[in-house]
Write a new protein. Structure first.
Length: 61
């Protein structure tokens, strides 16, 4: 499983609030992925993906 944040993040921080182990806010104010293969956080990662208001989180199985 891999996680990617595509262009268009608005920096709302929803993914960070849901799964701070996998996501964090960059200095530019957009979310970045901190764990390349978050298999142990699959439920939280998918919840963050589904909660993203601009749907830019991509989960590749």
């Amino acid at each position: 499983m891999k996680v990617k944040i595509n262009e268009g993040c608005i920096g709302c921080g929803m993914c960070v609030a849901i799964c701070p182990t996998v996501f964090k806010m960059s200095d530019e104010g957009i979310a970045i992925v901190t764990v390349e293969n978050p298999t142990n956080f699959e439920i939280e990662t998918n919840e963050a993906k589904n909660s993203c208001p601009v749907q830019v989180i991509e989960v590749i199985e």
